[in-house]
Design a protein around this ligand. Sequence first.
Ligand SMILES: [Zn+2]
Length: 211
Amino acid sequence: MQEVVDFDDDDRTGLSENRDAGVPDEVLEAVRTLIRWAGDDPEREGLVDTPGRVARAWREYTFGYAEDPKAHLARTFEEVGGYDEIVLLRDIPFQSHCEHHMAPIIGRVHIAYLPKDRVVGISKLARVALGYARRLQVQERLTAEIADAIQEGLDPRGVAVVVEATHACMSARGVQTQGVTMTTSRMMGVFRDDERSRKEVLTLMKIGNPD
Ligand SMILES: [Zn+2]
């Protein structure tokens, strides 16, 4: 098992207390309470700066609340040069947290759409996915929200979103099932209605047909 050691620079420069500035006391106290509940002493040396780090980490884990992911699709290009084939972004890595345990969900998103008359900068699709991932989520809703945003923003002939992820709330607690991947998908337009189009997009995504 890999151990991740977090040596923030601020630990060595003594700036860590300043960096707690802006984190409300009640948030710091909530983390201390959780540490006590787990059975440890939040005042011991190794844990004294932990509440601030946890608070800042949770700001990053949940930055999606601070934005409207649909806004990334506001700028589209209508000049597509007659392109009428599938646009696919595969293997977008993401981290989310399940809303039931606040435990990590780690996986990849594949996004495809069949343009009608508009395309979007490809990095924007990834930004949409991350804007919804960086919230407390369930995988099914994450999948649907990404697809709905693209449908609404681009009005394409079809949208296909597939999410493959492992859930720490399954692997690290409860049934402790390691290595189980959950796959969810949302097919809209031609990818829902037309069997051939659906097969084509799933083949491009290499779903059920890994390398
Ligand atoms: Zn969970």
